[in-house]
Design a protein. Sequence first.
Length: 118
Amino acid sequence: DFTYIDDIVEGVVRVIDNPPVGNPDWSGDAPDSATSYAPWRVFNIGNGRPVKLMRYIELIEETLGKKAILDLLPMQDGDVPSTVADTTELGKAVGYQPDTTVDYGVPRFVEWYCSYFA
């Protein structure tokens, strides 16, 4: 999954303006892991679409105009083969669905990085 910083900021700003409330009916005898007696919520913020690692590399190469020197290895212990953010609860709570694509976001990030650290 691809997560762009502007999407994170937008999601956090919207959540800040919509504080959580506790669930007064919550019970430790029959706990609901999605709620709590205390006022808290956890949201995933991400694009919700899987992206292959090689696509990230291709976009970085294209933006820099250079080919990467790759040393590809098999999956290592602890590597996660795939992750995708489920933003359903974020959408329900604040009406926001992150939508910055990897094809837009990676080049913008690389350009920012190069200019910031130049």
